[in-house]
Design a protein. Structure first.
Length: 328
């Protein structure tokens, strides 16, 4: 479809905005230095919460920065300066760190919060585009993004400046994350409903156990073993065969039964299950990650995997349906 001249003009303007914001963010690299390192140390040394404050677009940026910090191992909350001055100041304590955001550094509501916060003993870290502003003078440490040309045709609407503040916030959060050795499993703790959080669940959190664990003894008949599968709550579609010491000896599944019937073999339902079971099943420990169990099931094209302890005693059974239930 051909784009008319008006459409081309619009796309050109959009590209200009993106280029300007990209240049602004790229320019922050040259502004990194001692102040940034000090800001990182202030966050790492904070024994309480990183309390983020700002109004208008800076406030919205602050909410995102606070959320990123909290989700990556740094306790944080956002507070609106006006609400703080009308009682929410009680959320701030001496052991907290106040991260105040204002591009101009002259936002009256944000500046008004600094004095009361200092009376509580709270240290102040500022993100601003004006290193000589009132906010900067009142702060213990300043991250100066510099004078930013907004992408707005009137050079008024916060655009490039908010992108720059977001980038600085992300840079802080990611450096702090690295310093804390915050890993995938830590991340999953704060994101249990996310895809990664689900993959990093432990097998013990998902497996079938207790009365849902289908156990048949070595020497039991094929008929009795099939009854174990059918009568176990949840109908797991498999039975775990154990020896006289309770250790895993094999597994027999509905799939095995179906293949035997398809092969046309004359099945003796009274014969011991040992003649039909799989004797070297893939297994997994209950403290392993669900992500690993998923990989084993896929690699070996199996639907069930026994969960065993250090003595090879079955403690659970993981069925591919269990992974579907947690949306893996």
């Amino acid at each position: 479809m051909a784009i008319d001249p008006r459409g081309k003009l619009r796309l050109s303007r959009a590209a200009e905005v993106i280029r300007l914001e990209a240049r602004t963010i790229a320019g922050l690299e040259g502004r990194l230095g001692e102040s940034f390192l000090r800001a990182v140390d202030m966050i790492l040394g904070c024994e309480g919460l990183v309390v983020v404050a700002g109004v208008g677009k800076a406030g919205l940026v602050g909410q995102k920065i606070s959320a990123t910090l909290a989700s990556t191992g740094t306790p944080s909350l956002y507070i609106h300066p006006t609400e703080a001055l009308h009682g929410d100041l009680g959320r701030i304590r001496a052991r907290d760190l106040l991260l105040a955001i204002s591009n101009s550094g002259e936002s009256a509501e944000t500046i008004a919060l600094i004095g009361p916060a200092r009376k509580l003993g709270t240290r102040v870290l500022a993100v601003t585009g004006a290193g000589e502003s009132t906010l900067a003078r009142l702060s213990d440490c300043v991250l100066d993004i510099g004078a930013v040309e907004e992408a707005c045709p009137m050079k008024l609407a916060p655009t490039a400046s908010t992108s720059a503040m977001l980038a600085i916030g992300d840079a802080l959060a990611m450096v702090v994350l690295q310093e804390r050795s915050f890993g995938r499993e830590d991340y999953a703790l704060y994101h249990p409903a996310g895809a990664l959080g689900r993959k990093l669940m432990r097998v013990s959190e998902v497996m079938r156990k207790g009365e849902q664990l289908p156990i048949a003894k070595s020497g039991a008949s094929l008929r009795d073993t099939v009854q174990v599968m059918n009568r176990t709550p949840g109908r797991p579609g498999a039975a775990l065969v154990v020896d006289e010491r309770g250790r895993l000896a094999g597994i027999f599944t509905h799939g095995d039964l179906a293949r035997l019937l398809e092969d046309g073999r004359a099945l003796d339902m009274r014969a011991p299950i040992d003649e039909y079971m799989g004797k070297n099943p893939k297994t997994i420990a209950e403290d392993r990650l669900v992500e690993e169990a998923q990989r084993l099931l896929a690699e070996h094209r199996i639907d069930q995997i026994p969960v065993i302890d250090a003595e090879r005693r079955p403690v659970g059974l993981l069925d591919v349906q269990d992974l579907l239930d947690v949306r893996l």
